[in-house]
Design a protein around this ligand. Structure first.
Ligand SMILES: Cc1cc2nc3c(=O)[nH]c(=O)nc-3n(C[C@H](O)[C@H](O)[C@H](O)COP(=O)(O)OP(=O)(O)OC[C@H]3O[C@@H](n4cnc5c(N)ncnc54)[C@H](O)[C@@H]3O)c2cc1C
Length: 362
């Protein structure tokens, strides 16, 4: 079972175990050479740029690891969309979801009883590990939205809640990509495809059909019942802060747990957990625990549970520093993000963004 260590030394070790060449060939299989890095990139322990530079420094020529670099770039792309579109990513971004007939998530997905054995097995393991393989995320989203005809928003929130790599841009926009509200067509997978990439022996199921039929089939019995997922974050108790007003205050949060950020500076270091953010984007206890454990890599990190305005009132003359992120509404000095490429614009498709990225370095 995949596990996600949280000490910085172990996390760095993980970078050395990645095989970015085999990655290109095998990444679509559930047991392929994927990196399992996303929980660390999502929590901002390191950036996409640091990962790609690390791989190049290991001596891999860029041409042999292009697929890996491109996948990292997907994350930057979705972040750029979030920056430029803001809260619009919470709604159908480019056009109404083609097959949305109802809200909620099929109960069978939540209870891992869809009848698609490989998916059920992966969802059961997801609840333990907080990780789902990319292809299985796509299968699950296709099942919920394109076969089960649910609108993508509630199922996306359910998945985000349990993922250790929860990243609302990658999440909401990937769901929309599958559901067809942020892409030109909807994504479908039949039983043969799922069995092949998940090494399953299952042949018979409601997905055992040619694609032309899948597109128009009625909602299968197994996916008919839906539920609105009940998602709540149990934030820890807040303790009084010990702030030295003569030192700057560095803010860490759900999207910035970088232990090396301004590492040489004497500072108050505060992890801020704003209830308003977690009400909007709830996370599970496992996800919260993962975040808190990553906090052990940051010396003398104090936790503050409350809104920025309440924290600000306690900081006195201490200057506030934070890293750029679309959710941050702080007042203070904003450090820029470490992007892979200097492209800062909205592109309606990944490949137009990727082209602009390539041009920016040629
Ligand atoms: C429905 C759905 C929901 C998703 N939700 C999230 C989410 O909440 N958080 C999240 O981090 N990713 C999300 N993804 C993207 C992708 O599935 C994960 O980033 C990837 O599976 C993470 O596993 P890995 O680190 O082993 O990836 P690898 O395949 O090893 O990829 C290396 C790195 O590239 C980046 N990456 C790879 N694929 C994508 C992608 N499609 N989009 C964005 N970045 C990518 C990640 O940083 C990843 O760590 C979602 C995809 C889908 C289809």
């Amino acid at each position: 079972m995949t596990t996600f260590p949280t000490t910085y030394a172990e996390i760095l070790n993980r970078l050395d175990t990645i095989d970015p060449v085999s990655y290109g060939r095998s990444r679509n299989f559930v047991d392929g050479a994927v990196s399992y890095l996303s929980p660390y990139v999502s929590r901002g322990v390191f950036s996409t740029k640091q990962v790609s530079e690390y791989m190049l420094a290991r001596g891999y020529p860029a041409s042999r690891i292009q697929k890996f670099i491109q996948e990292l770039c997907w994350r930057d792309y979705w972040q750029q969309v979030w920056i430029h579109k803001g809260n619009q990513i919470d709604e159908d971004l480019q056009h109404p979801q083609p097959r949305a007939e109802r809200d909620g998530i099929p109960v069978a997905i939540v209870t891992a009883t869809t009848g698609i054995e490989a998916i059920d097995e992966q969802i059961r393991s997801f609840y333990q590990t907080g990780y789902l393989h990319n292809h299985v995320r796509m299968y699950t989203a296709a099942l919920a939205c394109n076969i089960g005809r649910a609108h993508w928003y509630q199922p996306a929130r359910w998945m985000y809640y349990h993922l250790l790599d929860a990243d609302w841009a990658s999440n909401a926009l990937s769901w929309q990509w599958v559901a067809g509200s942020n892409s030109r067509k909807t994504y479908l997978a039949n039983q043969e495809n799922i069995s092949k990439y998940c090494h399953s022996n299952q042949q018979e199921s409601y997905l055992n059909k040619p694609y032309s039929e899948l597109e128009h089939m009625p909602i299968p019995l197994e996916l008919q019942e839906t539920v609105l997922p009940d998602l709540n974050t149990s934030l820890p108790d807040s303790h009084p802060l010990a702030i030295d007003p003569n030192l700057p205050t560095l803010l860490y949060n759900f999207y910035n747990m970088d232990p090396k950020w301004r590492g040489d500076v004497s500072a108050n270091r505060v992890l801020i957990l704003e209830p308003s953010v977690f009400e909007r984007y709830p996370i599970s206890n496992n996800s919260l625990q993962f975040l808190m454990d990553l906090g052990n890599n940051i010396p003398d990190l104090q936790t503050f549970v409350g809104e920025f305005s309440e924290l600000h009132a306690q900081l006195g003359s201490s200057a506030v520093y934070f890293k750029e992120h679309p959710l941050n509404k702080y007042i203070g000095h904003e450090d820029p993000r470490d992007w892979m490429y200097p492209v800062n614009r909205y592109y309606p498709s990944f490949f137009s963004y990727w082209k602009a990225c390539q041009k920016s370095v040629s």
